[in-house]
Design a protein around this ligand. Structure first.
Ligand SMILES: Cc1cc2nc3c(=O)[nH]c(=O)nc-3n(C[C@H](O)[C@H](O)[C@H](O)COP(=O)(O)O)c2cc1C
Length: 437
């Protein structure tokens, strides 16, 4: 109740943010401002109005009428996504010496078959010592490029999903144990030296990183460029610079991990200088027709001590001016002192602010798990794309199943699975009839 009231109050306080929306979307945003009234709930109240709003959404996206907002296409540079569902990056900890394995082939191939418009790789590291764990994949050796190429070729030949590589460097959160061991804790043996914006350890268990000097900064920037070139050759449709969650690039942006006294520390402009340098160098070698995203932590969850949602709008504006096509709006994981406020769609308000205050395309992520959430976020203009992480671990075919549940035939199942689709759709129809009766 308190969360709904807070969302609603903020909507009215910040109504100027929404004045540029089309009247259809403005009405939808007003009606759903608390995040408690969902898309399907609106359908119960006024089905004809909602159908009109859905058709408006489809028309402005260049899609066909009669479909749910989540199935509207989306264009970024020359890349057209068939729908708005994104498989969010998720570390698998299954790489061997940075090389993706059969695990990755099967895992990503299944998600590409699962109906999402865009499938992200996990954080793919620019160097061996830029890895988070020994199980993290990379793009720093010819065999890595070949393994990714095999996987992307399959996705392109057999599915119409687009594939995005998330490229990053672990910084002070590197040299740690696998996700299912002790998360963020250093290796028991064989730790490698760490580098970060400043010499501040992630926690009192982790080693103190070296504060990067200009030589380190040049070397790591060049590693990002080399990884970008490999990603282009491997055939990725899109890349993302990972500038969130306390890893290297994020460590420059957040004042809790950056206490530098040079031009790269202090004001937000200074703290953004190195991330923007790296982004510009990557953008220069990434093909002009292919899009680039940046993932940011829009809130350090430390009040005014860290990055605030206000700062996030400024950060997004700076990246957008440098040529970022879409901001992937995550939050947190930048400090062990953070006090996040969790809840359904808890990070979506940060995406909403960036999209509607700065006029920049965004992806929302974080505890979004029902098709109804996705349709609400898109229809209200809170994001352009919606990332789901854990739901895609539980169900690689999340999008196909959502379409079945919503009885929307917008999504094509893989041809060998048509008999399964047919049965699933008939069962869903029968279940809906039983509810009506
Ligand atoms: C197992 C696992 C691994 C993850 N690995 C990454 C990663 O490599 N890069 C990243 O930016 N986020 C990573 N995340 C965060 C997710 O992309 C996502 O932001 C977060 O899980 C919230 O979304 P959800 O509520 O849909 O799971 C990971 C999450 C999980 C559960």
């Amino acid at each position: 109740m308190q969360s709904a009231a807070r969302n609603s109050t903020e909507w009215f306080e910040e109504v100027e943010r929404y004045l540029n929306l089309d009247p259809v979307q403005f009405n939808y945003s007003l009606l759903t401002r608390s995040q408690r009234i969902s898309h399907e709930n609106l359908r119960l109240r006024d089905p004809a109005w909602l159908r009109g709003a859905e058709d408006w959404f489809a028309a402005q996206a260049g899609g066909a009428p009669g479909h749910m907002p989540m199935f509207a296409p989306f264009q970024l540079r020359d890349m057209t996504l068939k729908n708005r569902i994104v498989v969010s990056p998720m570390a698998q900890y299954k790489a061997v010496e940075g090389c993706p394995t059969d695990w990755h082939f099967v895992h990503y191939a299944e998600r590409a078959k699962g109906g999402a418009g865009l499938v992200y790789t996990e954080m793919t590291c620019v160097s061996a010592d830029g890895r988070i764990t020994l199980g993290c994949p990379g793009l720093y050796a010819p065999e890595h490029e070949a393994a990714w190429r095999r996987l992307i070729d399959f996705a392109h030949v057999e599915t119409d999903a687009k594939i995005c590589c998330q490229i990053g460097h672990a910084g002070r959160k590197g040299s740690t144990q696998l996700g299912w061991e002790k998360m963020d804790a250093p290796l028991k043996t064989g730790n490698w030296p760490l580098r970060s914006a400043s010499a501040i350890a992630w926690s009192n268990q982790n080693a103190t990183p070296k504060a990067m000097d200009r030589l380190d900064m040049d070397q790591v920037r060049d590693q990002f460029v080399a990884a970008t070139e490999m990603a282009a050759r491997a055939g990725f449709d899109m890349i993302e610079l990972h500038a969130a969650h306390g890893y290297l690039i994020s460590s420059f942006i957040s004042p809790v991990s950056n206490i530098r006294k040079d031009n790269y520390g202090g004001s937000l402009e200074n703290r953004m200088r190195y991330p923007l340098e790296v982004f510009a160098a990557m953008r220069a070698v990434w093909p002009a027709e292919r899009p680039m995203a940046v993932r940011i932590s829009a809130n350090d969850w430390l009040g005014d001590e860290g990055v605030t949602p206000d700062d996030a709008v400024a950060i997004a504006r700076m990246f957008s001016a440098a040529g970022v096509d879409v901001i992937d709006v995550s939050a947190g994981q930048t400090s062990t002192d953070a006090r996040p406020v969790y809840g359904r769609m808890f990070q979506t308000p940060f995406s909403d602010r960036i999209r509607n205050e700065a006029g920049i395309k965004t992806m929302a992520v974080g505890n979004i798990f029902e098709p109804d959430h996705v349709n609400s976020i898109l229809m209200a203009g809170r994001a352009d794309l919606v990332c789901l992480a854990r739901p895609h671990l539980a169900d690689p075919y999340w999008t196909l199943h959502a379409a079945t549940q919503l009885r929307d035939k917008a999504v094509r199942w893989p041809l060998p699975y048509l008999a399964g689709a047919d049965q699933a759709q008939r069962l869903a129809e029968r279940a809906a009839e039983a509810v009506r009766a």
